[in-house]
Ligand binder design. Structure first.
Ligand SMILES: Cc1cc2nc3c(=O)[nH]c(=O)nc-3n(C[C@H](O)[C@H](O)[C@H](O)COP(=O)(O)OP(=O)(O)OC[C@H]3O[C@@H](n4cnc5c(N)ncnc54)[C@H](O)[C@@H]3O)c2cc1C
Length: 376
């Protein structure tokens, strides 16, 4: 049983919120999680995982389950736009010698692993539910939920994503998410036998990538310069993505164009970035994950940062003398690491958008992977 707090409410059932609920429940805290999406579904795209993410999954206790359903491998191959090999980036084995330095999995599969773990840990989950009001109370927060309940919690964890309404309410002057100037196209396709690891094509003004997500599937993505304010009708997704792949100098990417199925499984998203300056907590409410720092996908580390936030938060709650000290220590341990990932990711995007130095691009990636492998 934890001596600092007895009850916690987690708002948001994404990767960060589920990880926080799990780690706090492990301390013996009675944890409730509210997720406003009644379907509680993660969208059908792949997600790339660094060695640090595999280490985080190990801490959560779901690495073995991941290894059965996802894909893990070492290194990232960088190619020229015409398929010429440039280099293989090293991906340090942060989770231990026996675990590769990276991997990927389908998002709904990872979400399922986390959801199973929080149910096993006894977290009370309310789906299709959110908060109506939050009022600070003595050493806690009184929260009214949309299911009509009203309770006092010792701690509220705001894991409500990049558009966090809790962040806006607590910190009216906090920055808003900023569009980078790139959009990303994604689809899931059959995995060719020869694709063993993440492979990136860094061409002038675009980046494309293939990532195995299981024994027989891979996901393909393409970062393209786009006006963030434009609206693209979903029926255009297929033709646009097909056109982008068909126009690539790379024969390997061109072959994929014919495999896209007219748009049904294609996802387009403008890329945005947010870095909330400290503090990430006010009273007994603390921000984690994209609610505090939403990174662009260029280092494939946003979910990793959110899950690490959850691990560090619970770690500090488990050992600090006061909740305030725990939240300060959480902030101190997370700020520099999250800042580095958000800023380096955005820098990679800038280089891609402006056709910048590809050697510098590879160096930033390599340095960031080394930093990610450092202890948290
Ligand atoms: C194109 C793209 C590609 C990416 N690729 C990668 C990658 O390869 N690897 C990687 O590690 N990261 C990647 N990321 C980043 C990663 O997806 C995010 O950092 C991560 O999903 C954030 O998780 P989260 O739980 O903090 O927020 P979210 O995933 O946004 O979850 C927030 C949850 O809270 C719920 N919610 C919101 N408001 C409320 C409310 N008021 N009440 C109740 N519930 C609420 C939402 O419904 C949602 O379920 C990528 C991001 C993008 C945009």
């Amino acid at each position: 049983m934890n001596t600092l707090i007895n009850t916690a409410l987690v708002v948001g059932g994404g990767f960060s919120g589920m990880a926080a609920a799990l780690q706090l429940a492990k301390l013996g805290i009675a944890v409730e999680l509210v997720e406003m999406d009644p379907s509680w579904q993660n969208y059908r795209a792949g997600i790339s995982l660094s060695g640090a993410m595999l280490r985080a999954l190990k801490t959560l206790g779901i690495l073995e389950a991941f290894m059965e359903v996802g894909h893990a491998s070492d290194g990232i191959d960088i190619l020229e736009a015409d398929d010429a090999f440039v280099c293989r980036l090293e991906t340090p084995r942060a989770a231990g010698d026996g675990v590769p330095g990276g991997g990927a999995v389908m998002r709904p599969v990872l979400a399922r692993l986390l959801a199973d773990a929080i149910f096993r840990a006894g977290v009370e989950v309310r789906i299709g539910c959110t908060y109506k009001s939050m009022q600070p109370a003595d050493d806690g927060v009184v929260v009214e939920l949309t299911d009509g309940s009203r309770r006092r919690y010792d701690l509220v964890v705001a894991a409500d994503g990049v558009e966090s309404t809790i962040r806006e309410a607590l910190f009216p002057k906090a920055p808003r998410p900023r569009f980078l100037g790139q959009g990303t196209w994604r689809a899931v396709l059959p995995r060719p036998a020869e694709l063993e690891r993440t492979t990136l094509w860094v061409g002038p003004h675009f980046k494309a990538g293939l990532d195995p997500v299981s024994r027989d599937r891979m996901y393909v993505f393409f970062n393209q310069n786009r006006d963030p304010l434009e609206t693209i009708a979903p029926e255009q997704f297929g033709p646009i993505f097909q056109g982008l792949l068909a126009g690539c100098p790379s024969p390997r990417l061109r072959r994929l164009a014919g495999q896209l199925d007219g748009g049904a499984s294609i996802i387009y998203k403008p890329i945005e970035v947010l870095l909330m300056p400290p503090p990430w907590h006010a009273g007994r409410v603390v921000l984690i994950g994209d609610a505090a720092h939403a990174t662009t996908p260029h280092l494939a580390s946003g979910a990793c940062m959110g899950i690490e936030d959850a691990i560090v938060l619970a770690d500090e709650i488990g050992r600090a003398a006061t909740v305030e000290a725990a939240l300060d220590a959480y902030q101190a341990r997370r700020w520099e690491r999250c800042r580095l990932i958000v800023e380096n990711s955005a820098r990679l995007g800038e280089i891609e958008m402006h056709g910048g130095d590809r050697r510098a691009h590879a160096q930033i990636m390599q340095k960031s992977f080394m930093a990610l492998a450092e202890p948290i």
